[in-house]
Design a protein around this ligand. Structure first.
Ligand code: PGA
Length: 257
């Protein structure tokens, strides 16, 4: 199983800066270890520019692209939305679904997230489903029911035979996102073990091979330890992914050359 090292640029970077960052990253990861994959989730408006920058650097197989959201329909009267087909058309192979900012700021429900997940997969995109608890839920001993509900509903329409490389789960405790407060190794181990056991029940043949990423204040300094933990198969990085240099150090975290 390859480690999946993913960058979430959120609502940062205009065209020139995005293309420059993609080019810089392509140069920094040209000796990418064969056990890793890199994905950039960039703003919609910059996807095509990033695709062209990566293509002209000959790096489109090294650094893949993804959208940060999509709408579960091929086309239609959905003002302001973007379809999986449109993401594919821009050169994307991936899409992020259910990020906690979308759940909290745009009131996305588990049911709606589940529809996006199933539709994006059936359209040919690889899906990264984000889940995670708030501090109140963790303190209220609700970690397991919250994660299991988000997984059950988020994956409700996913075919049982989904290929393992097409689906990843990103565990991002809401209290660790953009706060500088990273979850401790026991926090991460516990949540990832719980997610793994759910995935094995839900997908008996390939639940062991689905990648589970950790996200929330990942930095070059803490990435090697995080990546070494059981059931951590990659990271999803926000703030520290905006600079190509800092993200490339995370991409190589723990790698012995
Ligand atoms: P952060 O964001 O690395 O800035 O905490 C992670 C995310 O929101 O995906």
């Amino acid at each position: 199983m390859k480690l999946l090292m993913a960058a979430n640029w959120k609502m940062f970077k205009k065209l020139d800066e995005a293309a420059r960052s993609a080019r810089d990253l392509a140069a920094l990861v040209k000796n990418l270890p064969p056990d890793r994959e890199v994905v950039l989730f960039t703003p919609f408006t910059t996807l095509r520019a990033c695709f062209e920058a990566l293509s002209s650097a000959g790096a489109q197989s090294l650094v893949q692209l993804g959208g940060q959201n999509c709408y579960p329909a091929r086309e239609g009267a959905f003002t302001g939305e973007i379809s999986p087909d449109m993401l594919l058309d821009c050169g994307c192979a991936h899409v992020l679904v259910g990020h906690s900012e979308r759940r909290a700021l745009f009131a996305e429900s588990d049911d709606f997230i589940g529809k996006k997940c199933a539709f994006a997969l059936s359209s040919g995109l690889k899906v990264m489903l984000c889940i995670g608890e708030t501090l109140g839920e963790r303190d209220g001993a609700m970690l397991r029911p919250v994660l299991e509900r988000q997984l059950a509903e988020g994956l409700a329409g996913v075919p049982d035979a989904v290929p393992a490389e097409n689906l990843a789960i990103a565990y991002e405790p809401v209290w660790a996102i953009g706060t500088g407060r990273v979850a401790t190794p026991p926090d991460i181990l516990g949540a990832h073990a719980l997610i793994r056991s759910f995935l094995k029940r839900r997908f008996p043949t390939q639940g062991d091979e689905l990648r589970i990423l950790y996200g929330g204040s990942v930095k070059p300094e803490n990435a090697p330890e995080i990546i070494s933990l059981d059931n951590v198969n990659g990271v999803l990085v926000g703030g520290a992914s905006l600079q190509a240099d800092s993200f490339s150090r995370i991409v190589f975290a723990g790698h012995r050359s």
